[in-house]
Design a protein around this ligand. Structure first.
Ligand SMILES: [Zn+2]
Length: 104
């Protein structure tokens, strides 16, 4: 297992996980503060992390993460209908509020 990505915003982490899973890369989220009981772990102390299960997938995963963060030059960013945040094109859910931009 190898750590591929961590961020203090859990929505960023979950978006990255979705992208990896859509590309058949097995990964695991740790320090999942969204689904852990409130108050159990102070959110500021622990960032959610994505771990790639198989070392052989790591390089592809790294490329996908880079693409997700910096964007494809051909794709365009989208604006969240819910909170008006700008999201990278690879993200399916708003990093800010978690809303799916396909369901308007
Ligand atoms: Zn939003």
């Amino acid at each position: 297992m190898k750590l591929i990505y961590t961020h203090d915003n859990p929505f960023f982490v979950f978006n990255i996980r979705n992208i990896l899973e859509n590309n058949n890369i097995k990964c695991e989220v740790r320090n999942d503060i969204l689904s852990s009981a409130a108050g159990e772990v102070p959110p500021t102390d622990v960032w959610p992390e994505i771990w790639v299960l198989h070392e052989k997938d790591y390089q592809k995963a790294e490329e996908l993460v880079k693409l997700a963060i910096h964007g494809d030059t051909k794709a365009t960013s989208w604006f969240c209908q819910n909170c008006n945040e700008t999201n990278p094109p690879a993200f399916e859910l708003c990093w800010c509020c978690g809303k799916d931009h396909k369901t308007k």
